[in-house]
Design a protein around this ligand. Structure first.
Ligand code: 2AM
Ligand code: CA
Length: 266
């Protein structure tokens, strides 16, 4: 790892520690307690345990920092200057089905801007990190987005709609429209890893509606530092933690964005 800000060191250590129990839990999924938050939206004792370890480790160093997490919610709400944004298991559905496509995702935000982030898939032992101005890395190697220039040659990834979505039809018609205009589309089930894969050039672009900020906070800086472009569309100013995202290798960004404007996906 060539990145060495105190925050990156702290996050990577917290992820390594949390991943030990997560790997154990992945090996014994049948023993986990699982509850439902909504249709197709599950939370397990592994999510809660992982989140607890991450919070403990990060709070040891900075008890006053704000924290936004998937399971606990908001801690130290008044501190908007320094915040950790935590998703203990992004790709919970994969995790619960013994599919090793999930990750711990932790971002660090200063004055509302993401400064660094880590996405760690403990099963594949892939750690994606980035720090503002210092590039993005996969394990010890610098990563960059793909060089593809034409949308028709692009391999994209997406996710959703979630079980409770009220705009399923719109999401499916966007999927059809985009699929007809690109080389192919994948649906891998972890927003954080989808972004990490754009950052290292495995995918040329990613889009998804109705995400939560913790799904993508670390991914935002990792894609940007790898040379990609991250954009949000149809933002709801009343729900700053809800996001519709478009993240690409930059080259295909405008062409992909234009596909969303087409009339037939309204
Ligand atoms: P999660 O695994 O942490 O729930 C799957 O398309 C992606 O969308 C995952 O990153 C998943 O995060 C996220 N997501 C957020 N809210 C969701 C929901 N209610 N149902 C399914 N996936 C959701
Ligand atoms: Ca998530």
């Amino acid at each position: 790892m060539r990145l060495n800000s105190p925050q990156i060191n702290l996050i990577t250590k917290a992820c390594m520690k949390a991943s030990r129990s997560l790997i154990r839990d992945f090996g014994e999924i049948e023993n986990l307690q699982v509850s439902t938050k909504g249709p197709g939206d599950f939370v397990s004792s592994a999510d809660k345990r992982t989140e607890k370890i991450l919070i403990e480790e990060l709070q040891k160093a900075h008890p006053d920092y704000g924290i936004v997490t998937e399971e606990t919610g908001i801690i130290n709400k008044s501190n908007m200057k320094n915040r950790w944004i935590i998703d203990p298991i992004d790709g919970t559905m994969n995790f619960l089905n013994s599919i090793p496509q999930f990750a711990i995702s932790v971002g660090y935000e200063e004055e509302g801007e993401i400064k660094c982030g880590v996405i760690f898939n403990p099963i594949m032992n892939e750690m994606f990190c980035a720090e503002k101005g210092n590039g993005a890395y996969l394990n010890n190697k610098r990563i960059r987005v793909s060089k593809k220039k034409k949308i028709k040659d692009a391999l994209l990834v997406t996710g959703g709609p979630k079980g409770l979505s009220k705009i399923k039809e719109k999401i499916f018609s966007e999927y059809i429209n985009i699929s007809l205009n690109v080389s192919n589309v994948r649906k891998f089930g972890s927003a954080a890893l989808d972004m990490a894969y754009v950052a290292c050039g495995r995918f040329d672009g990613y889009w998804q509606r109705e995400l939560n900020y913790w799904d993508i906070a670390a991914g935002i800086i990792i894609v940007k530092e790898a040379g990609g472009f991250v954009d949000f569309f149809e933002e709801d100013l009343n729900s700053p933690l809800k996001k519709n995202i478009l993240a690409t290798n930059s080259n295909i960004h405008e062409e992909l964005k234009d596909l969303f404007k087409k009339k037939d996906i309204e």
